[in-house]
Design a protein around this ligand. Structure first.
Ligand SMILES: [Zn+2]
Length: 282
């Protein structure tokens, strides 16, 4: 049976270009990436916020949740609604916009899928633009996030909006020493090699790539390990990382994995050059 991977855009996010693409000349600090500073207000760009539905023979899997309807209650940009949803600090760093019909649950409903039909929701990490929509899919059978990521949310609470998962029961997972990925740690979700969750630390400690395998061929979702295809082509790491050296090592692994002839397609979460579409692996 084939595997289908749907690339879904759930609105957009407005950021300093130095957030997705590290500015090694200006070397801004995190405060400078916010719209409080002239550096952070300069040349801001809108980039897509992706989520992915994997229709796998062993279940339906949603990867990331995109923006919650709460940020744009009427489908329009709302400063107040966003500040209420994510807090002022996150709003200053990344402003979101979610047109009507583009939330993940609205798009799943168009495919005839209800949140309770989802066997797994997998969070690549818990930054606002990935975890915002969690409450809309709270009825999914299992909501998984890595233990490393959960531990980051406690160590570095300022980087997260923890209210986004109030009332959500996570099923934390641990990576095992499998030798896969930049640090040799991954989880074989169905224990048959068909779907690997691979630790690609740096941007956050628990950052997770999802590798969908079909025979020799595969597709790779690398989340914020790089923000676009040019990130691995030109080796431009993300502008914010808990561990910059490790982020670069993870990006090297992403590059190798994407350049491999068996890689059918690869996806950065916020790549402006990736349009929503469906990929079918045999
Ligand atoms: Zn992101």
């Amino acid at each position: 049976m084939s595997v289908k991977l749907h690339i879904i855009h759930t609105g957009t996010v407005h950021v300093s270009p130095a957030l997705p693409f590290k500015d090694t000349v200006g070397n801004p600090n995190p405060l400078q990436l916010t719209s409080l500073t002239s550096y952070g207000r300069k040349n801001r760009i809108w980039i897509p916020v992706s989520a992915y539905l994997i229709e796998h023979p062993k279940g339906k899997i949603l990867v990331d949740t995109g923006w919650h309807r709460e940020i744009s209650p009427k489908g329009k940009y709302s400063r107040l609604a966003q500040i209420k949803h994510m807090g002022l600090g996150h709003f200053l760093l990344n402003q979101g916009m979610l047109p009507t019909g583009e939330s993940v649950v609205e798009q799943l409903a168009n495919m005839g899928i209800k949140p309770q039909d989802l066997d797994f929701v997998i969070l690549t990490h818990l930054h606002t633009d990935h975890a915002s929509g969690l409450k809309m899919v709270k009825d999914a059978k299992q909501i998984m996030v890595s233990e490393e990521e959960l531990s980051d949310t406690k160590k570095y609470p300022i980087r997260y909006a923890r209210s986004m998962w109030n009332g959500i029961t996570f099923k934390p997972f641990s990576f095992k020493n499998t030798g896969a990925g930049p640090v040799g740690r991954s989880l074989d979700l169905f224990e048959d090699g068909s779907l690997e969750l691979i630790q690609i630390p740096g941007h956050t400690s628990g950052l997770t790539a999802v590798k969908v395998n079909s025979g020799d061929k595969y597709a790779l979702i690398f989340s914020d390990g790089g923000y676009a295809t040019k990130s691995w082509k030109e080796m431009i790491p993300p502008g914010t990382a808990l561990d910059e050296a490790q982020a670069l090592k993870s990006l090297e692994w992403i590059r190798e994995t994407c350049l491999n002839e068996n890689c059918v397609e690869s996806f950065a979460n916020h790549d402006p050059d990736v349009a929503p579409h469906t990929l079918e692996l045999p």
